[in-house]
Design a protein around this ligand. Structure first.
Ligand SMILES: Nc1nc2c(c(=O)[nH]1)N[C@H]1C(S)=C(S)[C@@H](COP(=O)(O)O)O[C@H]1N2
Ligand SMILES: [Mo]
Length: 365
């Protein structure tokens, strides 16, 4: 049966090199994915630092852009090894059956991660399950299967790549083509996070320079139903919870406090990121007015009634940071309604989903 697959590129050497590249990319995706998960849902003992300012921007850019660039590697690897699917006899022993089952789990988990990941950043929610949870748990299955597969294949792959090939069947050309495809995908996506490359980012769903005030918007005020409440002159910011005194501030009160500027990125979990010059009051100044303990955590709540991103938790390293602002303006103009007018949180080294817009309440715990 295998004789029918005429291309000699379906061989061990190509499979090994692609396997090594895939193994490295998947482990990098896994590590950066864990960073993103635990920044959003820290375990009890975790406190993330607020510096370096661009840390999350880099880890999540690597996760998403690196993940998209891995797709050509995965496709090439599957093409290289698929003749084995039809090997005969299908099962030779218990061990062989276990190996085949493992490869099945590995391929299924890898396809699931890449397909759902790409659909998610393309805003094509074709699946019924909640992406984040499914993507997170499947990552452990993928990496578990990968580690067993690597320990199983290590010796053989090592021998294969260490010995000189006896024939020339165009492997090098094939591998270079795959590398070029992967590089091209990366180059045409990277502009979503690397602003100077924005014009090349034809594959990126969001790009710097688009959207109000040159910054993209995921959820608009209209989509979240806050247009009227955000524009209401009766809008107030309240500081409540474990405070020495409750504080209520109007927009004019906020403008009367000392104003600061911070150059910080919005770094979306979807991989796009854009730096902007934010202007507003320091979160710590507002919390001090209410007399907040230094070790408190603060929940920043928006006017939004429903929706997963209507509030976010701010730990001491972030709220004490002088760069963390309740922004009233950006890029030299008052905050656009879609960017969170009258007031939004912006903090260093933090996922975009936790940069709450249309803030109206700070609850101290
Ligand atoms: N209240 C509220 N804040 C929110 C969101 C939201 O849906 N509701 N979306 C978040 C997400 S996912 C991102 S990436 C950033 C984007 O900020 P921008 O629209 O100003 O670029 O806002 C965050 N703040
Ligand atoms: Mo986001």
């Amino acid at each position: 049966m295998q004789g029918r697959f005429t291309s000699r590129l379906h061989d061990e050497r190509v499979a090994s090199w692609l396997g090594i590249a895939l193994g490295v990319s998947i482990l990098v995706s896994f590590a950066t994915g864990l960073v993103s998960h635990f920044m959003q849902q820290p375990a009890g003992w975790m406190q993330w630092p607020s510096r370096p300012v661009n840390l999350y921007r880099v880890t999540q850019g690597v996760h998403v852009i690196g993940g998209v660039a891995t797709v050509p590697l995965l496709l090439a690897k599957l093409w290289t090894v698929y003749p084995r699917l039809w090997q005969w006899p299908a099962v030779r022993s218990v061990l062989h059956a276990a190996q085949r089952l493992l490869v099945f789990v590995l391929v299924a988990a890898a396809l699931f991660q890449f397909v759902t990941g790409v659909l998610n950043i393309a805003y094509w929610y074709a699946f019924r399950f909640f992406f984040t949870t499914a993507h997170y748990w499947t990552a452990y299955i993928l990496v578990g299967a990968l580690l067993i597969h690597v320990s199983d294949q290590w010796a053989k792959a090592r021998r294969t790549v260490m010995t000189r090939p006896q024939d020339a069947v165009g492997r090098r050309g094939f591998l270079l083509t795959v590398a070029a495809a992967s590089g091209a995908v990366a180059l045409t996506t990277a502009g979503e996070a690397v602003t100077p490359l924005a014009r090349l980012a034809v594959l990126a769903p969001r790009r710097p320079g688009t959207g109000p005030q040159d910054v993209p918007v995921n959820k608009s005020a209209a989509a979240t139903g806050v247009t009227a409440t955000a524009r209401d002159p009766a809008w107030r910011l309240t500081v409540t919870g474990r405070v020495s005194r409750e504080v209520t501030l109007s927009l004019a009160d906020l403008h009367a406090l000392p104003q600061h500027t911070a150059r910080l990125p919005i770094s979306c979990v979807e991989g796009w990121s854009v730096e902007a010059a934010w202007r507003g009051v320091r979160l710590r100044d507002v919390l001090r007015l209410a007399g907040v303990a230094g070790d408190a955590t603060v929940r920043v709540e928006s006017l939004e009634r429903y929706g997963l991103y209507r509030s976010s938790e701010v730990d001491p390293p972030h709220w004490r940071d002088p760069l963390t602002l309740l922004a009233l303006g950006m890029n030299g103009a008052p905050l656009a309604l879609d960017h969170g007018y009258p007031c939004r949180l912006i903090a260093p080294n933090r996922p975009g989903v936790m940069q709450t817009k249309w803030v109206h309440r700070l609850v101290v715990a």
